[in-house]
Design a protein around this ligand. Structure first.
Ligand code: HEC
Length: 133
């Protein structure tokens, strides 16, 4: 049954593509709206030092597009040697979570002088950052 075989081949080729599409939609749908909301509220403390709407640096570098952005590379911002020396490390959700839990442990010598967040708060803030992508 050649036509059946063709259909099977087509289905096999399309499946990963379809899975990719659904996955993309799910990624945003999967963000818990309550967590996003909580993260947005918590971000008020970050906003004292970080702009997330405009690429404008303050006490800290702007955080526009921070998820997936390479560490220490906001244009025009004078980073600590510790942060500037992160090389090609990207701010994945996991890296962000670790940094927010304990900035000094994640990037020893960083200028970001805040006490780490409790895990649930770090999670909520990262979820909020993801919702802005
Ligand atoms: C008191 C000011 C201050 C507060 C509050 C603050 N930060 Fe920062 N943040 C900084 C500074 C300063 C740096 C640069 C660190 C360095 O150069 O070592 C930084 C760096 C960062 C970076 C790395 C950016 C990059 O370009 O690599 C991230 C991500 C970040 N902060 C997220 C947050 C989040 C999320 C919060 C809220 C939970 C927060 N910060 C609260 C001052 C602050």
């Amino acid at each position: 049954m050649p036509s059946c075989a063709k259909t099977l081949v087509a289905a096999a080729l399309l499946a990963p593509l379809l899975a990719g599409c659904v996955g993309g939609e799910e990624r945003h749908a999967a963000l818990d709206p309550e967590k996003v909301e909580r993260g947005r509220d918590l971000f008020a403390t970050c906003a004292a030092c970080h702009d997330i709407r405009k690429r404008r640096n303050g006490v800290g570098p702007h955080l526009v597009g921070i998820v997936g952005r390479p560490a220490g590379q906001a244009r025009g911002y004078a980073y600590s040697e510790a942060m500037a020396g992160q090389g090609d490390r990207d701010w994945t959700p996991d890296a962000l979570r670790a940094f927010l839990l304990d900035p000094e442990a994640a990037v020893p010598g960083t200028n970001m002088a805040i006490t780490g967040l409790p895990p649930a708060d770090a999670d909520a803030v990262v979820t909020y950052l993801l919702s802005r992508e």
